[in-house]
Design a protein around this ligand. Structure first.
Ligand code: ASP
Length: 334
């Protein structure tokens, strides 16, 4: 029988293309809402590290779970009314900055000079606008400083006194450094208590308009040399958001997260290698960082509403809620 070669080539090419597009569609949409509408999602973290149930009493565990729930609720309230992912990220982070439980705002860790120096950043996935503050000692809510830099200045990052002066001009609340101090963190820096080093906070969200945003706020690492800046205020390292791919907020050993460009690497793996959110974040946290000897984790949400929260430590304070009602709040590896 005589075969029609040109026709065969055209047909195989057609099948190849349809197979390719259906595969990538399925991969991206893995756990999205079956209706095709991802709705809204917010995920938060309160730091990763050596956290174990044996070393945490029931009351403390309950306090953390309640505060994580309160932060999620603050963000969800905004998203459920059609508010922006950026506003939701801000609201969730403020709850955690105001709580002495976390290493951000009140209750942040001390430097080797027994003062508190704070870093924060934010990114808007729709516009790719971003803002950050670093090494500030007096802005009550550092995330508000980062948002003000993004919205009301031509810059992406302000540090130290310049950041404080800008925040004051913006009408943000300025406090004495002692406002941030807690006995627990003072003990941690004096006695080098490992478990009391954790608590960087972060939030990522997808709103009902399909816009992603991410924010991170921290006191950095306990006993850090004064002047040290970690990954949290660095766009691409501790925080990243693009509507093309995902929103990411990181926590962990900042010196590694900066060099491995963690948050952007996850987005880039999705964009250029067609990995799913789960695959990309898992590869970076559980393979690349583990290989490098770095500890930490991320929370991430993609444009379809998928959530991923990998960490390579024994625990990470974390949680998410979706408009579908799906919800999780956890501390340990369960
Ligand atoms: N990534 C933060 C820093 O290195 C610390 C942390 O997340 O625990 O400043």
């Amino acid at each position: 029988m005589k075969t029609n070669r040109p026709m065969l080539v055209i047909l195989s090419f057609f099948f190849f293309i349809t197979h390719l597009t259906s595969c990538s569609g399925n991969r991206e949409n893995q756990s999205a809402d079956p209706s095709g509408d991802p709705g809204y999602v917010i995920a938060i973290h309160g730091g990763a590290g050596t956290l174990s149930r044996e070393n945490m009493d029931e009351n403390t565990e309950r306090e953390y779970l309640d505060k994580l729930a309160e932060a999620l609720e603050a963000g969800e309230e905004i998203l459920s009314k059609g508010g922006s992912s950026l506003d939701a990220v801000q609201a969730a982070i403020i709850v955690m900055e105001d709580s002495p439980l976390f290493n951000a705002g009140k209750g942040a860790v001390f430097t080797n000079q027994k003062r508190v120096e704070l870093d924060a950043s934010v990114m808007d996935g729709k516009t790719l606008n971003a803002g950050a503050i670093a090494g500030v000692t007096d802005i009550r809510n550092p995330i508000l400083g980062a948002i003000a830099v993004m919205k009301n200045s031509p810059h992406v990052m302000l540090a130290g006194n310049g950041a404080s002066e800008f925040a004051r001009e913006q009408g943000l609340e300025i406090v004495d450094n002692s406002y941030f101090h807690t006995q627990r963190r003072l003990d941690a820096v004096t006695r080098q208590i490992e478990q009391d080093k954790q608590g960087t906070v972060g939030a990522v969200a997808l709103d009902m308009d399909g816009n992603l945003a991410a924010g991170t706020s921290t006191g950095g690492m306990s006993n850090k040399k004064y002047g040290r800046i970690g990954d949290s205020p660095i766009i691409g390292a501790g925080t990243y958001a693009s509507n093309k791919t995902c929103a990411v907020s990181a926590t962990g050993h900042g010196e590694f997260f900066i060099r491995w460009v963690v948050a952007y690497d996850i987005a880039a793996l999705m964009e250029y290698s067609n990995l799913t959110l789960e695959e990309a974040s898992g590869l970076v946290i559980n393979e690349k960082l583990v290989g490098a000897g770095a500890t930490g984790g991320v929370i991430a949400v993609d444009r379809h509403g998928n959530v991923s929260m990998p960490f390579n430590t024994s625990g990470m304070y974390r949680g998410y809620v979706k408009s579908t009602g799906e919800k999780e709040i956890a501390i340990f590896r369960e």
